[in-house]
Design a protein around this ligand. Structure first.
Ligand SMILES: [Zn+2]
Length: 283
């Protein structure tokens, strides 16, 4: 069953239901593109400040989303994403970094972890893969932004290792989830990307783990491949030690569903960004 389920009402929010149903103290999910304040071509729930949108519209959207989740704009915490594999451990004093401007955000950071209640971790997407992490034993939560570069840099593996080091997490306790992003149906890549994929492919769990193939030749463009980044990240999570039964994976493709989601590829690069979020509620 699809784990990311759209809430009724506005703004458009897709809750990570298997987690929010099971772990009442956390909120986790992914925003859609509708129900916000943004104007074309960012209509309307753009969450990112780096894409040329009006700052006041983005802040208005963030405030609306945070409040819909029972948090406030002051709790919204994010990094400046660079398609790397750097991870920041967010403390109580970091709460709110990046919420109103880019300069206070964590520099060069694609992964965020915290065990502090009341912090709302967020990161931004238009086709790249949002990864979610939760250890219900230590209570830690995390997000990682994985485009093809972050994926082959194995940011999913780095997140698990960091949770083990910082929170004493056991990998068999950790839950992983893969959110709405461009699917293997639409994500055409060239040899340059495929060379990186093939370099890590041998170290990953083999096909018996899943019927989903990692890639197949494009029928539309000779020499190109259709890459399944979600499945690639799922196998990296398994390599990191997360149990396959502890991994949720979406079937939403952002490019196929650009009425619901922003898509960088579908909209030729000029568009808004969705946000992934995860946070521990204050009791
Ligand atoms: Zn698609």
């Amino acid at each position: 069953m699809e784990p990311f389920v759209q809430n009724s009402g506005s703004p458009a929010l897709f809750s990570l239901k298997p987690w929010t149903d099971r772990f009442a103290n956390i909120t986790a999910g992914f925003t859609g593109r509708t129900g916000g304040a943004g104007r074309a071509p960012y209509e309307s729930l753009n969450c990112a400040l780096h894409v040329g949108d009006f700052q006041e519209d983005v802040v208005k959207n963030r405030k609306m989303i945070a409040e819909s989740l029972g948090f406030s704009l002051e709790d919204w915490t994010c990094g400046e994403q660079v398609h790397g594999a750097e991870i920041a451990v967010v403390t109580a004093g970091d709460k709110g970094r990046g919420s109103l401007d880019r300069t206070s955000a964590f520099a060069d950071t694609d992964g965020l972890l915290t065990d502090v209640p009341g912090v709302l971790l967020t990161s931004f997407y238009a086709d790249c893969v949002p990864l979610f992490f939760h250890d219900p034993v230590s209570g830690a939560v995390g997000l990682a932004h994985a485009g093809w570069k972050g994926t082959v840099a194995e940011i999913a593996l780095a997140m698990v290792r960091r949770m083990e080091a910082v929170y004493g997490s056991r990998k068999e306790d950790i839950r992983g989830a893969i959110g709405p992003s461009i699917g293997g149906c639409c994500y055409e890549v060239d040899d340059f990307v495929m060379d990186h994929v093939r370099k890590i492919e041998g170290s990953l769990a083999q096909a018996e783990e899943s019927a989903d193939r990692l890639y197949r030749p494009s029928t539309a463009h000779h020499g190109k491949m259709l890459l399944n980044l979600k499945e690639l990240n799922r196998r990296i999570m398994i390599k990191a030690g997360i149990l396959p039964t502890h991994i949720e994976c979406t079937s939403w493709c952002t490019s196929c569903n650009h009425d619901l989601f922003f898509s960088y590829r579908k909209e030729n690069g000029v568009t808004g960004r969705m946000a992934s979020w995860i946070g521990i509620k204050e009791s």
